[in-house]
Design a protein around this ligand. Structure first.
Ligand SMILES: C[S@@+](CC[C@H](N)C(=O)[O-])C[C@H]1O[C@@H](n2cnc3c(N)ncnc32)[C@H](O)[C@@H]1O
Length: 316
């Protein structure tokens, strides 16, 4: 387990992934109509303002409430998320080994992953490990599959299918596409059962910028979800949680207030000092990690730098 770094910085471009300019280009290709036609761009900008107001009011149901808003969110925020997550996944060797699936098929669950940031980041690691088109071609590996299940309470199917199409067209040869499987399910993770989620087969679960929302929706069900992970995930499965650095809301237990992170750690690993039979171990953590994007990237909207907290757990 690594220590408690005060503030670390991820590489702008980790050499194991598709370059940030190509990641951003993928969004331009998928949403060319919205981003590059004057009329549609004006509409997109106005939708972004509405989504921003919804997010500010923490009204997530409204923020992701229709296709125009979801496309607006994806165009505005997912490219920066995808470049940051690509660098983070590559930085976490345990995670990048899963993406490259060198020793068998791998199954991934992205909770709250409908907006596509995780999907594009996963593809940006998978593609170069295969016969990637053009300049990223490296060694051909055994033909194992990466199966990605995106579960989200909002209907991101249009966004996911446009990004998937762009990934297949631009980053993967026809022969490789069949090994990169994407499934999107519109469902509430808090009421999904372990069979539907296929928990026992998973190699990696991501909960990126989603736990705060889940706990805001229903604390008891959120705790139950983590307990279900404890019960059904197989040994060796990884679980990655990120949230804005310092953003965790607090929860009252008895007479004391704790950050939600404390509660999550307790559910996954037991009380501090009593972790001997804990379901998960902490592999890596950072309370503050920066991803500062390349300011030269060509994209018609602002690309955000990100500072976030992360924890990577491994099932015992
Ligand atoms: C702040 S967004 C984060 C999106 C993405 N993970 C990222 O990092 O860019 C939170 C996502 O969680 C989804 N979400 C919220 N509650 C959920 C639930 N109960 N079940 C499944 N998804 C949920 C939202 O619809 C939204 O897509």
């Amino acid at each position: 387990m690594s220590g408690h770094p005060k503030s670390s910085q991820l590489k702008v471009h980790h050499e194991d992934t598709v370059a940030p300019e190509d990641i951003v280009d993928l969004f331009k290709i998928a949403f060319i109509a919205e981003l590059y036609s004057n009329d549609e761009l004006a509409d997109l900008q106005s939708q972004i303002q509405t989504v921003k107001a919804d997010l500010y009011n923490r009204d997530y149901t409204s923020a992701f409430g229709n296709d125009s808003k979801r496309i607006a969110y994806c165009c505005r925020w997912s490219p920066s998320r995808a470049t940051a997550y690509a660098s983070l996944f590559a930085h976490l060797k345990e995670v990048s080994n899963v993406m490259r699936c060198t020793d068998g098929d791998k199954n991934i669950l992205c909770v709250g992953g409908g907006a596509g940031g995780e999907l594009v980041a996963l593809a940006s690691l998978f593609a170069p490990s295969r016969n990637f088109k053009a300049k990223y071609s490296k060694v051909a590996t055994e033909k194992y599959s990466l199966n990605i299940h995106l579960v989200d309470i909002s209907d991101w199917s249009n966004v996911v299918s446009r990004l998937s199409e762009a990934i297949r067209q631009r980053w993967l040869y026809a022969g490789e596409s069949e090994f990169f499987n994407i499934q999107f399910s519109k469902q509430d993770i808090l009421t999904s059962d372990h069979m539907t989620l296929g928990l026992a087969k998973l190699d990696f679960i991501s909960l990126l910028f989603t736990t705060n929302e889940l706990f805001a929706e229903n604390k008891a069900q959120s705790i139950r979800l983590l307990q279900t992970f404890n019960q059904y995930c197989k040994s060796g499965c990884y679980l990655l949680i990120t949230e804005s650095a310092g953003s965790y809301s607090h929860i009252t237990v008895g007479t004391k207030k704790f950050p939600i992170q404390f509660l999550i750690d307790t559910v996954l690993m037991g009380k501090r000092g009593e972790e001997t039979n804990s379901p998960w171990t902490l592999v890596q953590e950072s309370d503050s990690t920066w991803y500062r994007g390349d300011p030269q990237l060509d994209y018609p909207m602002k690309l955000e730098n990100m500072r976030f907290f992360y924890r990577l757990y491994k099932k015992v």
